[in-house]
Design a protein around this ligand. Structure first.
Ligand code: UD1
Ligand code: UDP
Length: 405
């Protein structure tokens, strides 16, 4: 039997891990008892509000965590250090064959550091992403996690190339000879694409968010914001809110499921007076973070999405919704190269210009293609970019071939 320890802690990781847990359960159906996979789920507790954590477990049917370390919030060093110590205790006790970590949060970094020191192999899902901006805490988490992980599962060709540039290795087919001192790179596609394909129909059947919020399809803009570079800088936060305010004054409705980090900073900001409290007649509608099915519905039916989230940029693209990214760089370059995403940073003028271009587009073709160089324009179709919707199954199949011998 193979024992896997999945270590997660933040909202996007629950969504990614759900796809892999589903693939494990499906695989187990076809395996003899002696070869079944045991998955232990360790929740670091980095996110802990019901609508940042619990809702994803129930909605996406992720098995209940075997351990909740309840680490909670803190400075980077404090949070990461406490997670490392607690994860280490569990790994010593559970002795998994390998761990799986996702993405680029402090939970990812803490878990992979704890594992490597115990000589437990680690799998990094969503490996190879780079913003090339070392001021982002996530960039440091990615670089270190990629450097110390053994199995690097990349969502895109760009990610594979980034690893090669960092000297980590190039894509392998399946190297059956596993060695703790080596790194193995695989291009499997994006587990979040798997997740959208699996959940979008479910969202259409189950979500009542449009009705609850009294909004019509195609009649609102959707916004999310939570990157430290935006929330922790009052000037940037103000620029974004000024742009939102202007769009609202032009008759737009903005639905803004607000991350708790952003709520905390906005409350301190003088501009908070501009944001009307949630209610049926206010046009910037700040709502609490929503579950994944509601979020997919909000994204799919939005006129456009304004975000600094990695996951939301990609979901907008995959759902065919224009995205205006409130950052200066993106890890998901394919969405920009396809003309469906544009980088404006937190600059109100650029945001408003992108909004005008979007508003004047025909809604059928890529709205931002005029900003592209000819050599990249039209290079990406959805299936090329993010795999075939079976990334999670591929990860499990590869790991079984290597470990189930
Ligand atoms: C983290 C990740 C980021 C990821 C994001 C997903 C790091 C460094 N950052 O950022 O990469 O995109 O999660 O959403 O790991 N808070 C609550 N309730 C919660 C969780 C957080 O109130 O359930 C508040 C606390 O005030 C906390 C703040 O949000 O201090 C920030 O939370 P934290 O987990 O440190 O970072 P995120 O901004 O969520
Ligand atoms: N998401 C959600 N509810 C929300 C906001 C986001 O379910 O209120 C989902 C979103 O659909 C995507 C993921 O959370 O799948 C993105 O997470 P987040 O923006 O927190 O982090 P990032 O992707 O930037 O790391």
């Amino acid at each position: 039997m193979i024992k896997i320890a999945t270590i997660i802690g933040a909202r996007p990781q629950f969504i990614k891990a759900a796809a892999v847990s589903r693939a494990i359960i499906k695989k187990n159906d076809s395996l003899p008892l002696s070869e079944k996979i045991i998955e232990i789920i360790i929740h670091t507790g980095q996110h802990y509000d019901e609508n940042m954590s619990g809702i994803f477990f129930s909605e996406l049917k992720i098995p209940e965590p075997d351990y909740n370390l309840n680490i909670g919030s803190g400075s980077h060093g404090e949070q990461t250090g406490r997670m490392m110590a607690e994860v280490e205790n569990v790994l010593i006790q559970e002795k998994p064959d390998f761990i799986i970590v996702y993405g680029d949060t402090n939970s990812t970094l803490a878990a992979s550091l704890a594992a490597v020191k115990l000589h437990i192999p680690s799998v990094h899902v969503e490996s190879g992403l780079r913003s090339h901006n070392r001021l982002m805490p996530e960039e440091i988490n990615r670089i270190v996690t990629d450097e110390i992980s053994n199995f690097l599962f990349c969502p895109t060709i760009t990610a594979v190339e980034n690893l090669a540039k960092d000297g980590i290795g190039s894509e392998e087919k399946i190297n059956l000879i596993y060695n703790f001192n080596r790194q193995h790179v695989f291009l499997v596609g994006d587990v979040m694409y798997d997740s959208i394909l699996f959940n979008v129909k479910l969202a259409e059947q189950k979500s009542k968010i449009l009705m609850d919020k009294a909004i019509d399809s195609g009649d609102y803009l959707l916004a999310t914001l939570h990157r430290a570079e935006n929330t922790d800088d009052p000037e940037k936060l103000k620029q974004v809110l000024v742009a939102f305010d202007k769009m609202v004054s032009q008759g737009e409705k903005i639905i803004f499921p607000m991350h708790p980090r952003t709520k905390k900073y906005i409350n301190d900001l003088e501009l908070s007076y501009k944001i009307k409290t949630p209610g049926p007649d206010s046009n910037i509608r700040i709502i609490d973070p929503v579950g994944y099915l509601d979020m997919l519905m909000l994204e799919k039916n939005a006129k456009a999405v304004f975000t600094d989230s990695g996951g939301v940029q990609k979901e907008a693209f995959l759902l065919g919704v224009p995205c205006i990214t409130l950052r200066d760089e993106t890890e998901w370059v394919e969405t920009v190269q396809a003309g469906w995403n544009i980088l404006t940073g937190a600059d109100s003028e650029k945001i408003l210009r992108a909004y005008s271009v979007m508003a004047e587009s025909d809604k059928q073709s890529a709205p931002f293609s005029e900003f592209l160089n000819e050599d990249v324009s039209g290079n990406n179709s959805k299936s090329d970019c993010y795999g075939d919707g079976h990334a999670a199954e591929k990860i499990i199949d590869i790991m079984l071939k290597i470990f189930n011998k």
